[in-house]
Design a protein around this ligand. Structure first.
Ligand SMILES: *Cc1c(COP(=O)(O)O)cnc(C)c1O
Length: 377
């Protein structure tokens, strides 16, 4: 029996254990310590942001970000619909209402024109959204400039969910560093991992300072325990920050390996009719965190689901593209601007095994299985 091939497993280097050992030897086993400080600084250098706060997850970072821009119960927040649910859950944690925005066909990310129309319409009606959560999907940056322009014009804070896009570029810079606040994730399946963890970045030192304060139960600076606001327990462990420091050192290699997976898949499969890979937008470089493709069942000769099941039979884990949030039972009744593009991508889209530690023989197994499930090859 063939061994299982996973979608996006962790990939450690030989550096993390040294940092973890140091945490043990110095007894810094706490959600504070020298690795946390160093991880924040080193992360700032990698993404080119002046300030960062390490937290326990990407979701926690997003929750803090929305709190920091002042989201209140009853507010409306615009959010990409084609994404993982963690992009929108924190909107609901704060009692606000998400309004979803469809993707554009080229980048699969939020359609800037739709966003502009929506904001202009709402401005006329006199109820502006209080924030925009812009997701950079599958390692590819959204088209940030026109989105930032419209947000700036109406003074709506832009929060970038770059959980999947660490290592990508937009016009030479890191997505996540353009808006008021950016967030990243180090979950086990992301491009680098601390098992679980996240980062919040901003140009504004006061915001990042406040993020750290809210993440440590909003404790006032006093010798006794005094609290004037409700906070959270969201700081990253010093042990896990050690893993993060090691992972950060190999980020470029991880990006290169994932892009190489994509190239191999593309070379082998691009000739199959009805099969199209997620395009790479001209304005930047995608990390290909996951290699994604769409299948036109007519031309390919099999549906996305048939191909997924054929792969599963070979112990190969592939997943449909994110189910759009406006189709999620939990968001039943939430407004969505457009939605057809995201729905089609969900219906036809498949994410292939994309780990940076995939072996050539494993790639070959995936390719063979897809090849044989195409009836029109
Ligand atoms: C993984 C992910 C998150 C959440 O990150 P966690 O660290 O798992 O909380 C948020 N948004 C997107 C787009 C993600 O893929």
């Amino acid at each position: 029996m063939n061994h299982p091939i996973l979608l996006s497993p962790p990939h450690l280097s030989d550096r993390e254990l040294e940092f973890v050992k140091e945490a043990f030897l110095t007894n810094w086993i706490a959600p504070v310590g020298p690795h946390v400080d160093a991880f924040e600084q080193e992360f700032c250098e990698v993404v080119g942001s002046p300030h960062a706060a390490a937290v326990s997850s990407g979701t926690a970072a997003l929750h803090l970000a929305l709190r920091l821009v002042g989201i209140q119960p009853g507010d409306e927040v615009l959010c990409s619909t084609l994404t993982f649910i963690a992009s929108a859950n924190p909107i609901v944690y704060l009692g606000a209402t998400p309004i979803f925005v469809d993707s554009d066909r080229l980048s699969w990310n939020m359609n800037p024109e739709l966003l502009q129309e929506t904001i202009e319409q709402r401005a006329k009606r006199g109820k502006l959204p209080k924030a925009v959560v812009l997701v950079h999907l599958y390692g590819q940056s959204a088209d940030i400039d026109p989105i930032l322009q419209i947000c700036d014009r109406y003074e709506i804070p832009l929060i970038e969910d770059a959980a999947e896009a660490l290592g990508a570029t937009y016009k030479g810079r890191s997505p996540g560093t353009f808006g008021r606040i950016g967030i990243y994730s180090f979950n086990g399946n992301k491009i680098i991992t601390t098992s679980g963890g996240g980062m919040l970045v901003s140009d504004d030192p006061i915001l990042v300072h406040r993020a750290r304060y809210l993440a440590t139960q909003a404790r006032d600076p006093s010798p006794y325990y005094q609290h004037s606001e409700i906070g959270y327990n969201y700081r990253l462990s010093n042990v896990l920050a050690g893993i993060g420091r090691g992972q950060l050192q190999v980020l470029n290699e991880r990006v290169a390996a994932r892009r190489r997976n994509f190239d191999i898949y593309q070379q082998a499969l691009k000739h199959l009719p009805g099969l199209e890979f997620m395009p790479e937008a001209r304005y930047g470089r995608a990390t290909r965190w996951l290699t994604c493709l769409t299948l036109d069942p007519e031309r390919f000769g099999a549906t996305r689901e048939q191909v997924r099941l054929a792969l599963a039979q070979q112990q190969i884990e592939a997943r449909p593209v994110w189910k759009p949030l406006h189709l999620q039972p939990v968001f039943n009744g939430c407004e969505c601007i457009g939605g057809q593009v995201a729905e089609t991508l969900f219906e036809r889209g498949l994410c292939l095994p994309s780990g940076s530690n995939l072996q050539e023989t494993e790639l070959e197994r995936v390719i063979q299985t897809i090849w044989y499930s195409s009836r029109n090859r």
